[in-house]
Design a protein around this ligand. Structure first.
Ligand SMILES: Cc1cc2nc3c(=O)[nH]c(=O)nc-3n(C[C@H](O)[C@H](O)[C@H](O)COP(=O)(O)OP(=O)(O)OC[C@H]3O[C@@H](n4cnc5c(N)ncnc54)[C@H](O)[C@@H]3O)c2cc1C
Length: 381
């Protein structure tokens, strides 16, 4: 089915992204997996190509696209290469960007955004803590006012880009008695005394996305590093989580599509009992189901992307997109592993890596159980 959400400008941008990937990413994909991070050169190159500042105002060095469809194109193309690449970059251009663009003062914008858009200031966001991620309102990291500063104590875990980040948005409790209404966001910069990174976490998949624990011991940040109003951090996160979940949904569909395309090529070549394995009715029907599931999922996500470009996407619809596409992605890639037979279980095959990379999408950005909570609550239950 022809997709109708993208126009000529989006497709031209897609070509720019593809050229960037072919030149700067694809030849080094194995290296990033081995080193378990995406090299800073690639971040700077992405910045030069105008990929990181889509949401950043032109006066601060960005492209100010003002149209979420460009974010979606970038997410799709990165996800075609690897889910980890997409998640590492998306945390920056798609998830942190709205915080730094919408909640910051002019002085903060001048300080951070030009380097953000240039790929010189890699960013991360720290919400989840060792004690729990689903119940964000219960987070335990504290920030206590001391003169013109805030003193932060606590820790975060599973933070994407955490190991390399130059700036981390940290959610901390500023009013202990107020639960959700007592959380504030701070920008903590690399090199601040007391801000330490733990080990780079050893994940089941997505090795090239650096994921780390972060520790804050009497970390003193000036009030000038507060992002948004005091005690309004929880609301700021809730307002921006739909974009994060849509970003995940776009990536889920694109990642699964790329793996399915490779699988289709494989089943036409690979023979058993003297015929291509894709020709067996069982496999043909399996693939027919997978393609249908993905096409239908893409149609829903496209509607969400358009709605978000019009600033009309609801938190519930974003939750449905994240829930559905992460389940479909896992089903599709699992079936692809099966179709590859033993090779599907070998790490050197993309399908095996994709299978490991995909599993987390049912857990992160709000687990699928939390998505069901949001959708169920909307039903009045
Ligand atoms: C690779 C990776 C990258 C990540 N990147 C980031 C990042 O950049 N920044 C960040 O802040 N976080 C990040 N996360 C954290 C992620 O968002 C959390 O793991 C997720 O929100 C779940 O929190 P938790 O792990 O503490 O699980 P818990 O909250 O302990 O939940 C455990 C289980 O209980 C279930 N559960 C919890 N509450 C309910 C309920 N009410 N009803 C039913 N079931 C429930 C959950 O669904 C889950 O299955 C990342 C995680 C991973 C694995």
């Amino acid at each position: 089915m022809r997709r109708s959400i993208y126009g000529e400008d989006h497709e031209a941008f897609r070509e720019t992204v593809r050229a960037f990937i072919a030149r700067s990413v694809a030849p080094r994909a194995e290296e990033f997996i081995e080193r378990r991070l995406i090299d800073r050169d690639v971040w700077r190159e992405a910045g030069k190509q105008g990929l990181l500042g889509l949401e950043v105002p032109e006066v601060h060095g960005g492209g100010e696209a003002g149209d979420y469809r460009f974010n979606a194109v970038l997410g799709e193309e990165l996800s075609h290469v690897s889910a980890a690449l997409a998640s590492g970059f998306a945390i920056h251009y798609d998830i942190v960007a709205p915080y730094l663009v919408e909640l910051t003062t002019e002085e903060q914008k001048r300080r951070w955004l030009p380097r953000f858009a240039a790929g010189e200031l890699i960013t991360a966001i720290g919400m989840t803590e060792p004690g729990g991620g689903s119940d964000l309102a219960a987070l335990a990291t504290t920030a206590v006012r001391d003169g013109d500063d805030w003193v932060i104590n606590g820790s975060k875990t599973f933070i994407t880009n955490g190991y390399q980040a130059d700036l981390v948005i940290v959610a901390a409790r500023t009013s202990p008695e107020k639960k959700a209404k007592g959380i504030t966001l701070f920008a903590v910069e690399a090199g601040t005394t007391g801000f330490e990174r733990g080990r780079k976490l050893d994940k089941v998949g997505q090795p090239e996305a650096d994921t780390a624990e972060l520790f804050f011991k009497d970390v003193r940040v000036p009030d000038a590093n507060r992002v948004g109003e005091v005690d309004r951090g929880f609301i700021a996160m809730m307002e921006r989580l739909p974009q994060e979940r849509l970003s995940c949904a776009v990536s889920n569909v694109a990642h699964a599509s790329a793996v399915l395309d490779e699988t289709l090529a494989y089943v036409k070549e690979r023979k058993a009992f003297g015929q291509p394995i894709g020709g067996f009715q069982y496999n043909k029907f399996t693939l027919a189901d997978l393609v249908t599931r993905l096409d239908v999922s893409r149609a829903y996500v496209d509607q969400c992307v358009e709605a978000h470009a019009r600033r009309e996407l609801s938190a519930v619809d974003a939750a449905k997109a994240k829930l559905w596409t992460s389940e479909v992605q896992n089903e599709v890639i699992d079936a692809c592993v099966q179709l590859f037979g033993g090779y599907g279980y070998m790490r050197e095959y993309r399908v095996a890596r994709a299978w490991m990379d995909a599993r987390v999408t049912r857990i992160w950005a709000g687990s699928n159980e939390i998505m069901r909570e949001i959708i169920g609550r909307d039903l009045g239950l």
